[in-house]
Ligand binder design. Sequence first.
Ligand code: DC
Length: 225
Amino acid sequence: MFNVAIDGPAGAGKSTIAKMVAKKMNLIYVDTGSMYRAMALSCIRKGINPQEHVKVAEEIKDLIISLEYENGMQQVILNGENVNSYIRTEEVGNMTSAIATYKEVRDKLVAIQRQIAEEKDVIMDGRDIGTCVLKDAPVKIYLTADARTRAQRRYKELVQKGEQCDIDIIEKDIKDRDYRDMHREISPLKKAEDAVVIDSSNMTIEEVVDNISDIIEKKKEKMKG
Ligand code: DC
C-alpha cells in the first residue's frame, strides 16, 4: 500500500489539505482525530471526568469505532451510530486532548488505524502518524503554522458559523492544546525525522496541496524506478 502521513498542531490546516490531496492523488482520507473525538464523546455522554483514567479505560474497552464514507466524506461510527455531527465542539475537543494521553485509548485506535492503512492507500492525518502509526510511510509531512495564524483561521471559521468569540482566547486555547499534545508521555506530537516540514503561515491552500502532491508524485516515481 502507498500511505501518506500528515501530522502537525491543531489548526495547521491538516484536514482541509489532506482532503484535497486525497482527491487529487486518489487516496482515502483518514482523519484520526475524529476517532479520538468519538471516544471522548462516549466518555462525556457517560459523565466521566477526563482525569478518571480507570473509568475512561473501562469505558473505551468495548467501544467499536469504525469509518465509513458517504460521497467521499468520512463518517465516524461509534457502536453503530454515526456521530460525525457531535464531535466538532470545543467541549469534545478539550476532552479529546485529555483522554488522548492514555495508553489504552491510543493502543486501541492505533491498531484500528494500522489495519485501515494495510488495506487501502491512505493519507492519514493526526499527531503521531509519522512517528508511531505508520512509521514506514513513504511520504511524511509535518504541517505547521504559527499560533496567531492558526487562531485567526479558527476565529474566521467560528465567526462564519455565527459564534461569538475572542481571538486572544482562541490563541491561548491553541497554545495550551499544543503544549498538551507536545508534552504528553505517550506519542507526543513531534516531527518524524524523515518528515518534510511545511509551514503554511504564508501559503495559500492550493500552494500547500500542490507542494504535497509534488512530493507524492516524486516519491512514487522513485519507488517505480
Ligand atoms: O485533529 P483534531 O483536532 O481532531 O484532534 C483532536 C485531539 O486528538 C487533539 O488534541 C490531539 C488528539 N489526537 C491525537 O492525540 N492523536 C492523533 N493521531 C489525532 C488526534
